[in-house]
Structure formats: structure tokens, C-alpha cells
Design a protein around this ligand. Structure first.
Ligand code: FMN
Ligand code: SF4
Ligand code: SF4
Length: 348
């Protein structure tokens, strides 16, 4: 077991301890309530980017009344009236969320959406389906992937970064527009400087794993959390901080590129994770080695010091979930794949 691996496990346990999961369900429930509330008062769904409804425009001259946009609309915003597409008022739960499906299905260019960050210019022609990756090609990419923690000296080019971001932007999100934010650390120096700062930040919180603090908290948070703090958090702190002081970066492995995907108080907690996964696969397809890092995000969420850390590093929001992905050109060449299994696959 590598130091990185054990730290990763500790990070995940730490995340559980901080119990963001529960906080997230509360936010999600509140968001759901907001949606039901909005049903009666016809309000639009807020994000950090927009709080407005999108505007639907139909060109009746171009519309053939085929009805495809009505079928495609997931928000009950459209109907056919007098043989033409028309806006349907009063039925929608969310109003127009600017998913763009109506524009994407209309071959006549008769329907356009403006607002919620979308404009008619966002529609583009798809490449031929014949050029899509096959299942076998995807499986080849997926099974070749390893979590890479050793990189050669080569810099990741700006064009490659743009390609990764372009791919990640296509990721689905709870509700459009995406409320995923990305911090890009381009260059080994930037990644290492960020990591050193993070290690210093952790050091300032070391009292969390001190004997007196754990003894004081034991009656409040119980045996399991106490054990977790002693057996996971304490070694994690020691390892991250101590090794960094010795010049060993077991946090971001001196990668030449890191991206931090995080959400906002409005986003679905899963959104940044989905986007990070797309980015990881894009990086792999571009010949990079990648590794997801779960252990930084939970530490930089709560408290004044975390807020200060986020501010200094241009991280705009705290969020229930978030994930770092590191990228770089391979130093090692793996010769075989390693079979993976799920804990359970029940066909109900
Ligand atoms: C959500 C998530 C968080 C992870 N966090 C870390 C981490 O903080 N440090 C690390 O070295 N690896 C981390 N990993 C990589 C895993 O340790 C790795 O996926 C696992 O060991 C399996 O190896 P493989 O990815 O090569 O199949 C993380 C992976 C995931 C999916
Ligand atoms: S898909 Fe286009 S042409 Fe068909 S009904 Fe809708 S707007 Fe009219
Ligand atoms: S953008 Fe989406 S929600 Fe809005 S009218 Fe078109 S299909 Fe419906």
C-alpha cells in the first residue's frame, strides 16, 4: 500500500466524518421543496450564473408543426396549436430550463432559446455518428487507465488543457446551466505551490487531531468518530504535512496539471464529480495519465481559515462535493490491466 493510497482512504473517511453527505441531502430536500414551491408561483430555478427563465421564440414561418420539440421538451413548455409549435403556459414545473433539446431536434431552425446563459448560437452541427467511439474503443480506454502518480517532466500543453475542458463541459448536470466551477493549476510550479500552501493550512488545523482535542470531543461525537480521527485523520495529517516538509508531495504528486471541480450551494452535489470524470477520460484519450484526488476538498470547506484558503486560491464557493484530478505524461508504462468489480450488482 502506497502512502498516497492510505492517505486517500483517510481522506474519504475524513469526508464521511465531516458529514457533508447529510448536509447535502438537506440542501437537496430544500431544493426539491423550492421546486414544488415554484410550481405554484412559477419561479425559475436559481444558480450562481442565472436566476431567470429562458425565453422561447418560435418562427411560425419556418415551423412545419412536426411536434418533435413538444416530445423532446422535458419541461412541458411546448404544444402544437393551429399546426405550429407554441408556448404552453401553466403546466411546467420548472419553466424553460434552457436544456436546448427543442433547438437540437428542430431541423428547420424554427425554435430558439435565449437566456439562462443559452443563445441560439449555441446550437451546432453534430459530426457523423459513424465517427463515434465504439464500445470496444471505450473499453480499451477505460481498462488501460490506472491512477497515475508518477509523471515525466513534460509540460501539458495549453491546447490539451482546452480539449480536456471542452470535453468536461459536455457533462450532464442536475439542472442547466452547469454550476460547476473549475480551478486550473497549469504547471508543476503552480500545483506544488498550491499543495505546499494546503499542507501549511492543514498544519494550522493540527489541533483537530491533538490528544486534548480528541479527549474533549469523545463524549460528543462517539466511539466511531473518535477511532476514525485517531486511526485515519491523525496519520493523514502527519503524512501530508511531514512528507511535504521533507519535499515529498504525496498530496498532488508534483503533477504538471491539476484541475479542481467544485460546485456551489445551488448545484447538485454530484455535478462536479461527473464533470471531473469526463475530464479524466478526456485526459486519458489525449494520452495523459490521470488520478482523482478526494482528500483535499473536504478540508477546505468549513471555517474561517478554509474560507481564507479558498479566497487566496481563487476558489469561489464552498460546495458539498468536489474533486481534484491531476494530469501529466506517463513516467511508467503499465503492461497489463487490473480487473475491477463492484461491491454489488443486484438486478431487482
Ligand atoms: C473519488 C476518488 C478519490 C481518490 N482520492 C485519491 C487521493 O486522494 N490520493 C490518491 O493517491 N489516489 C486517490 N484516488 C485514486 C484511487 O486510489 C484509485 O482509483 C484506486 O487505488 C484504484 O486504482 P486505479 O484507479 O488505478 O484502478 C481516488 C480515486 C477516486 C475515485
Ligand atoms: S421541431 Fe421545429 S418544426 Fe417541428 S414543431 Fe417544433 S419548432 Fe416546429
Ligand atoms: S429549452 Fe428545453 S425546457 Fe426550454 S422549451 Fe426547449 S426543450 Fe423545453
Amino acid at each position: 500500500m502506497t502512502a498516497g493510497y492510505s492517505m486517500k482512504a483517510a481522506g474519504i473517511e475524513c469526508r464521511r466524518a465531516l458529514d457533508y453527505g447529510r448536509m447535502g441531502s438537506v440542501i437537496f430536500e430544500l431544493k426539491k421543496s423550492y421546486i414544488y414551491f415554484s410550481k405554484f408561483f412559477s419561479m425559475s430555478i436559481p444558480t450562481t450564473r442565472t436566476k431567470e427563465d429562458a425565453v422561447i421564440s418560435i418562427n411560425v414561418e419556418l415551423c412545419t408543426g412536426c411536434g418533435l420539440c413538444v416530445k423532446a421538451c422535458c419541461s412541458d413548455m411546448l404544444k402544437i396549436e393551429n399546426g405550429k409549435a407554441a408556448e404552453l403556459y401553466g403546466k411546467s414545473v420548472f419553466n424553460c430550463i434552457a436544456c436546448g433539446h427543442c433547438m437540437a431536434i428542430c431541423s428547420e431552425g424554427a425554435i430558439t432559446i435565449t437566456g439562462r446563459t443559452m443563445s441560439p448560437g449555441d446550437v451546432f452541427d453534430l459530426s457523423s455518428a459513424a465517427s463515434d467511439a465504439t464500445y470496444e474503443q471505450l473499453m480499451s480506454l477505460y481498462s488501460r487507465r490506472r491512477s497515475v502518480r508518477k509523471f515525466n517532466q513534460k509540460t501539458v500543453e495549453s491546447e490539451v488543457i482546452e480539449k480536456i475542458l471542452a470535453a468536461a463541459r459536455t457533462a450532464p448536470m442536475g439542472l442547466p446551466p452547469s454550476d460547476v466551477h473549475v480551478l486550473v493549476l497549469h504547471g508543476r510550479e503552480k500545483v506544488t505551490a498550491f499543495t505546499k500552501d494546503f499542507a501549511q493550512f492543514l498544519k494550522s488545523m493540527k489541533y483537530l487531531v491533538s490528544g486534548w482535542f480528541l479527549a474533549m470531543m469523545r463524549p460528543f461525537w462517539g466511539k466511531a468518530t473518535d477511532e476514525m480521527f485517531r486511526n485515519f485523520m491523525r496519520p493523514l495529517f502527519d503524512n501530508y504535512i511531514g512528507e511535504m516538509e521533507k519535499g515529498n508531495n504525496y498530496i498532488t504528486y508534483d503533477a504538471p496539471l491539476a484541475m479542481y471541480f467544485y460546485g456551489s450551494p445551488y448545484s447538485d452535489p454530484a455535478d462536479p464529480i461527473v464533470a471531473a470524470t469526463y475530464a479524466m477520460h478526456a485526459g486519458e484519450a489525449l494520452g495523459l495519465g490521470t488520478c482523482m484526488l478526494g482528500a483535499i476538498h473536504p478540508f477546505i470547506q468549513r471555517g474561517k481559515k478554509a474560507e481564507q484558503f479558498r479566497k487566496v486560491h481563487g476558489i469561489k464557493y464552498k460546495s458539498q462535493e468536489g474533486l481534484f484530478v491531476i494530469f501529466g505524461y506517463h513516467d511508467l508504462k503499465y503492461k497489463k490491466g487490473v480487473k475491477r468489480t463492484f461491491a454489488d450488482e443486484t438486478f431487482a
